[in-house]
Design a protein around this ligand. Structure first.
Ligand code: ZN
Length: 295
């Protein structure tokens, strides 16, 4: 009985918040879709900061803002070895980190704030490195990038001091490190966006390929911090990503993780934290585990 009440109130809550969100979206969905309005979208920030990414000899191959281990491009090491971070018996997932001394005190604070934000609504706990083998090694390299999932040993998360030290980018890159891909590469993205490859800078088409992702029963989310903006990698100031069926919906402008981003972490890592999940429509968990989830 108690369970039924909880489920019912969660359902009512989701209906209610959807109504509010709908009206909010309607009020501004027809404004602010110019390329200038996209100046601070995640993808614009990444594009700007990644102009010279990965060109140093000691850096990994970087595609978009995803680092790829050379020699493994066609394989999917995640499915072979498991690239989730391990869960501790207390239910939390501890992800050790080290932050390079390259960063100023102010930059360090922005990064730590980003790391801490995960603990507010998920079971992810970024903790200072203390002799663990696997950890995220946060440095200011040639751009903003991260590997997808746990790679083993110290894995670089690059947050260039000029262009990447923003709350949204910190969360974005760490979501990659936790195992997430870009929203517009989701397996079901063709139901929600149209990719206009004719407007994409030649050679950048790979940023728009579709991946057989596990979507964890969560809806496609235009406001995910993992969603690129409509002019991402545009060669002609024309859109490269169009939301469908309503082309005017605002996309890719998240300044922080959305409730869906949080729900996905909680589902992928089977966290018990559920508070933010009540604000969005809950779908059944489903989907057989698909291969090629990561990269
Ligand atoms: Zn990314």
């Amino acid at each position: 009985m108690i369970t039924q009440t909880v489920v019912l109130s969660a359902f009512l809550c989701s209906v209610h918040s959807f109504t509010i969100q709908d009206s909010l979206e309607k009020s501004d969905q027809y404004s602010g879709n110019t390329i200038e309005d996209d100046d601070f979208s995640i993808s614009t920030l990444l594009e700007r900061a990644n102009a010279n990414v990965g060109k140093n000899f000691d850096e990994p191959l970087v595609i978009g803002d995803i680092a790829v281990p050379t020699g493994f491009q066609n394989a999917d090491p995640c499915t072979e070895r498991g690239c989730l971070w391990p869960k501790s018996p207390d239910g939390n997932v501890y992800v050790p980190y080290r932050i390079s001394r390259q960063f100023s005190q102010r930059e360090r604070e922005v990064i730590i704030q980003g790391l801490r934000s995960f603990a507010q609504s998920t079971c992810i706990r970024f903790t200072p490195l203390n002799r663990q083998r696997d950890f995220v090694n946060i440095q200011s390299r040639s751009g903003c990038y991260s590997f997808v999932g746990r790679r083993g040993n110290g894995q670089i998360v690059s947050l260039n001091r000029r262009g990447c030290v923003f709350h949204s980018i910190v969360q974005h890159e760490l979501l990659h490190a936790l195992g997430f891909n870009h929203e517009q590469t989701r397996s079901d993205r063709d139901n929600h966006v149209r990719i206009l490859l004719q407007n994409v800078i030649p050679g950048m088409e790979h940023n728009f390929r579709k991946i057989q992702t596990r979507n964890l029963g969560t809806p496609y989310d235009y406001s995910s911090v993992m969603h690129y903006g409509r002019f991402a990698f545009s060669k002609n100031r024309e859109p490269t990503i169009l939301p469908i069926p309503d082309n005017d919906v605002v996309i890719g402008r998240a300044t922080q993780m959305s409730p869906t981003d949080i729900l996905r972490i909680n589902r992928l890592y089977r966290c018990n934290s559920t508070a933010p999940a009540l604000q969005i429509q809950l779908l059944p968990e489903p989907e057989p585990v698909q291969r090629n989830h990561f990269l």
